[in-house]
Design a protein around this ligand. Structure first.
Ligand code: ZN
Length: 415
């Protein structure tokens, strides 16, 4: 749980309290105390002594981060503690830009969607991209009751099906349920929160209408001038037929799924069409979800230099139960199969900001950027991770969120 209370071990201390603990010599008996000089409280918050890992700036080093008025005010070595109202020690911790989950379902209360503030912000994820939980007919309520009221920054893809994920299967059966102009209009109405069009290519969702439905999603995206995010797992049509329709900047999500018509052939070779799509500028997103991530497929792809651009969870209430748990766990899982820490953190910070048209300046700890910051402990040990095929891998590190700064506000994680 996040609270504003301090860590039991005293992670948070006021600037003056911290100075008192580390202060100089005691005053000689009988002497008058020196005049009190008001500290120059230029910063609201100072995160001291952490290892800043910010791949967007090529940083992996000990630095302090100062926050003022909800923005990053300074990032430098040895910023004096007396210049901040609140000082947080991040000693032995990793300080990163607030994590960005590129694929969640957080239309809380609808279908199987989860609560972003609890499962995302509460675990170090300051920004999420909702992957088409709402369509053109219910984006208004999603915007009014979830996007605008959540502490987590939420951006949304609008599903090409009018009601998004309310009906998981057969969402596009009726031609009246797939309306490119209505989707483009919805995106226009709710900008900048709306950033793309979502469509699902799975046999049970769309069957043989997959190509036609994908074309309609692209039509909507062309009108609104946004990317399409295409869920592909077990499509009716061969994968190359779908990928060749995608445009530069579109997103292939669930790229390491292992059902029929997936990204590697029977010999374990990545399909040329996938490499060609990557070379044309199509992005690859992991999005584990309930059924969309195979270690075997991921390992084969990465061995053949097909790396994902983003690590994401496809978080939903069911996905939470199935040990996806949160984005830091997904990042740890990718580290368990060979992605190094800095590359993995890039996939949840700077990479999504290059892929999506976020209006907020996020994804890096630069002066003037939003003060969205995560503080993690990197635990060492043996940790079992599971894919959606029931296969396990053992990793030796696990990122555990300890605190988060969201829009300048410090929230402490007591787990
Ligand atoms: Zn999804």
């Amino acid at each position: 749980m996040l609270t504003r209370r301090a860590f039991s071990q005293g992670l948070v201390a006021s600037g003056t309290a911290l100075l008192a603990q580390t202060g100089g010599k005691p005053l000689p008996a009988g002497s008058a105390p020196p005049p009190q000089k008001a500290p120059d409280q230029r910063y609201d918050l100072l995160i001291q002594g952490g290892t800043v890992v910010d791949p967007g700036q090529g940083l992996h080093t000990l630095l302090d981060v100062a926050v003022k008025d909800g923005k990053i005010a300074a990032i430098a070595a040895n910023i004096p503690a007396d210049r901040a109202a609140t000082v947080v020690s991040a000693k032995d911790k990793i300080v990163t830009p607030g994590f960005i989950d590129s694929h969640v379902h957080c239309y809380d209360g609808v279908a199987r969607c989860t609560n972003a503030d609890h499962y995302c912000l509460g675990r170090g994820v300051t920004t999420v991209v909702d992957a088409g939980s709402a369509g053109s007919e219910n984006i208004a309520n999603f915007y009014k009751y979830i996007i605008r009221t959540s502490a987590t920054r939420i951006y949304a893809f609008v599903d090409i099906g009018v009601l998004g994920v309310i009906s998981l299967d057969h969402s596009y059966d009726n031609p009246a349920w797939v309306n490119p102009k209505a989707v483009a209009q919805a995106i226009e109405t709710y900008r900048p929160a709306t950033i793309g069009v979502k469509v699902r290519m799975t046999e049970s969702v769309v069957a043989e209408k997959d190509i036609d439905t994908l074309k309609k999603a692209i039509e909507a995206a062309e009108i609104a001038q946004v990317p399409v995010m295409v869920h592909i797992n077990g499509p009716h049509s061969p994968l190359p037929d779908l990928l060749k329709l995608l445009r530069k900047g579109d997103i292939y999500t669930h790229c390491f799924a292992g059902r029929k018509n997936f990204i590697v052939d029977a010999a374990g070779t990545v399909l040329p069409a996938a490499l060609e799509a990557r070379d044309r500028g199509i992005f690859f997103d992991t999005a584990q979800g309930q059924a969309h991530f195979s270690f075997d497929v991921a390992e084969k792809c990465m061995k053949q230099n097909l790396m994902p651009d983003t690590i994401s969870t496809d978080l939903s209430n069911l996905a939470v139960q199935r040990r996806i748990y949160d984005l830091p766990t997904m990042v740890s899982k990718m580290m368990a199969i060979g992605v190094d820490l800095d590359k993995a953190i890039a996939m949840v910070t700077i990479n999504p900001t290059r892929m999506y048209n976020f209006d907020a300046k996020i994804g890096a700890l630069k002066t003037g950027y939003e003060a969205d910051i995560s503080i993690f402990e990197l635990r060492e040990g043996n940790f079992d991770y599971e894919d959606t095929e029931g296969k396990k891998r053992t990793g030796h590190q696990r990122l555990v969120n300890k605190a988060v700064v969201s829009r300048g506000e410090l929230l402490i994680n007591e787990v």
